[in-house]
Each structure stands twice: as C-alpha cells, then as structure tokens.
Design a protein around this ligand. Structure first.
Ligand code: FES
Ligand code: FES
Length: 133
C-alpha cells in the first residue's frame, strides 16, 4: 500500500525537532482528521533556507510527507520553497494511497505558514504567498 520511500521516511524521519529563534514557524492542522504539523525554517540574509525542522502529531503519511518536505525546502530560496506543492512532495515519495492524499497537504500548508511568519517578522511581502487560514 505504501511505497518504500514512504516507509523509509516514516520509520526514519529526517529533520525532526525544533529550531530555536527560527526565522519562521508555521503550525497547521488538518481539518479532516485533526492531525497537526509544525514547521521551523532558518532563513539567511539572502533569503535561502539553511535549515528546516518539523514536528508532526499525526499519521504515518503525514510524518513521511513532512520529512520529505523538509528535505525539499532545504537550500531553496523563499520563492522556490513557495512553489513546492503537496503533489511535488507526493511525487518525491513515489506516491501515496488516495485516502492519504489529504495528509500531504499538511506539509505544503506548513511551509506556507512558516514563510508567512517569516515575511511578517521581517515586514516583507512574498510574491504569491497568501495568508494561511
Ligand atoms: Fe490522523 Fe488517524 S486520523 S492518525
Ligand atoms: Fe491526518 Fe494523515 S490521517 S494527516
């Protein structure tokens, strides 16, 4: 049912934890199931994501997508990170079962929420980023 990559990221999630004094923090909840994900971003002066950590209180698919999402945003610029969709995260994991697609939305929303927090803290506007719900 789950791809090898999903099982790998679920059993051995990358970048779990918190970043103290993070540039941006985003917490999102999944309305469908009540699972929660928090993402921390460390962004340098040139707008490049230097570090990314997450904590997910949720199902295995949410843990795996969060883990993969942190790997995808690392080293990206803010603008590039904004373009990472849940579809891209799922593709990087070789897919998810249909019933688990909503889980991958947590990762995309958490990235956006953390970027919004970063932009607000720095009084900037990020093109194409809308306020998270
Ligand atoms: Fe998220 Fe069951 S609904 S683990
Ligand atoms: Fe809720 Fe996966 S079942 S995020």
């Amino acid at each position: 049912m789950y791809s090898e990559k999903v099982m790998d990221h679920f059993s051995n999630p990358r970048n779990v934890g918190e970043i103290e004094n993070a540039s941006g923090v985003g917490t999102v909840g999944n309305a469908k199931c009540g699972d929660i994900m928090r993402m921390y971003l460390d962004i340098d002066d040139s707008g490049v994501i230097k570090d990314c950590k997450f904590k997910t209180f949720g199902c295995g698919a949410a843990v795996a997508t969060s883990s993969m999402a942190t790997e995808l945003v690392m080293g990206k610029t803010v603008e590039e990170a904004l373009k990472i969709t849940n579809k891209a995260v799922m593709e990087a994991l070789d897919g998810l079962p249909p019933a688990k697609i909503h889980c991958s939305l947590l990762a995309e929303e958490a990235i956006h929420s953390a970027l919004w927090d970063y932009a607000e803290k720095n009084g900037m506007k990020i093109e194409g980023l809308t306020k998270p719900k």
